[in-house]
Design a protein around this ligand. Structure first.
Ligand code: RIB
Ligand code: CA
Length: 320
């Protein structure tokens, strides 16, 4: 049976690829897309989500607008990394509307409608998820499993030396989520993404050679990030968000994972958003499973297969 899921996203670059995973993989039953403040301007993120629905053939999955800023801090953007998150693509969005219900209400409602069945893939700052916990104390128990892209497992950050972007933007939300009692799996930035989910030039050439509308979309949306990655010494595009969705749907991609106690720094002067991942020797009760190793070739083949599909986007997109 396909996995019923919601993707909570700050849609730019690899978030778009993660949405394609949810939209195109028959193992997924994507019930909703919920939007949260993160990578780029909120309204641009929404446009990127609708462009991705179009790229997937014009799928009609409901989009819900959520938190436009972190719980207590000012929003921090990653536009220096992602540009507008779409590689400058443009599409007429007339008639495309998000649902009227707030994303946090939608998350709470959907989880309560089928307790223990819905999975949530959170690939942006955790503001919506924390707000859902605050709104409904039963939310964490109603969600079957929460897959989180965020933090680093005793490794490097990306927005600062200490912190990965999603946890840095809303550390209070991340801290609250790890204390809320979810069944959590974490896909961290370093070392997992940095070592195992980078597509170098050979792989990018193989994707471009597919020649499908989806491959063109991928190449375009990943362009600005590739340029940024190279400027900071990463030899390819990074795919933490699509990896997070893929490992939920295909657990066989995970080669190693362990239980950790994960907590997030909210008070440090230099360590805002640092993820303290304790591996079991510090007397702390584990609260999450952290993915440590994946089948990297298998993950690339999976994305390649996804992008090889022939779709028929209903709206014209300029820039492709
Ligand atoms: O740090 C990686 C995360 O922030 C991912 O979710 C990606 O979308 C990025 O900007
Ligand atoms: Ca993201």
């Amino acid at each position: 049976m396909a996995v019923p899921l919601v993707i909570d996203t700050d849609t730019a670059q690899d978030d778009c690829v993660a949405l394609l995973v949810g939209l195109l993989d028959p193992a997924a039953d994507l019930r909703a897309i919920t939007m949260v403040a993160g990578n780029v301007g909120f309204d641009q993120q929404v446009r990127n989500a609708f462009m991705t629905l179009n790229a997937a053939g014009g799928r009609d999955v409901p989009v819900y607008l959520g938190s436009r800023r972190p719980l207590v801090r000012e929003w921090v953007s990653a536009e220096n990394v992602h540009g507008d998150g779409s590689g400058g693509l443009r599409m007429d969005q007339d008639g495309l509307e998000a649902r009227g219900e707030h994303a946090v209400d939608a998350l709470v409602r959907m989880a309560a409608e089928s307790p223990g069945e819905l999975s949530v893939v959170a690939i942006g700052p955790l503001t919506n998820i924390a707000a859902a916990v605050i709104k409904d104390p039963a939310f964490a128990g109603n969600v079957k499993t929460l897959y989180v892209m965020g933090g680093s497992n005793n490794g490097r950050g990306n927005i600062t030396a200490a912190a990965e972007f999603n946890f840095y933007v809303d550390p209070e939300a991340a801290k609250a989520v790890f204390a809320a009692g979810f069944d959590i799996t974490v896909v961290p930035w370093d070392p997992l993404t940095l070592k195992q989910a980078v597509f170098g030039q050979d792989r990018l050439d193989r994707i471009a050679a597919l020649g499908t509308p989806l491959a063109r979309f991928f190449t375009r949306i990943c362009g600005p990030t590739l340029e940024f990655d190279r400027s900071v010494g990463i030899d390819g595009t990074t795919h933490p968000d699509s990896l997070t969705a893929a490992v939920l749907l295909h657990p066989e991609l995970v080669r190693a994972a362990s239980r950790y106690h994960v907590d997030v720094e909210t008070a440090g002067e230099l360590t805002r958003g640092y993820s303290a991942m304790s591996w079991g020797v510090h007397g702390l009760e584990p609260n999450a499973r952290v993915v440590e190793e994946i089948d990297a070739e298998g993950f690339f083949d999976y994305v390649l297969e996804l992008l090889s599909r022939d779709t028929d986007p209903p709206r014209a997109v300029s820039g492709l």
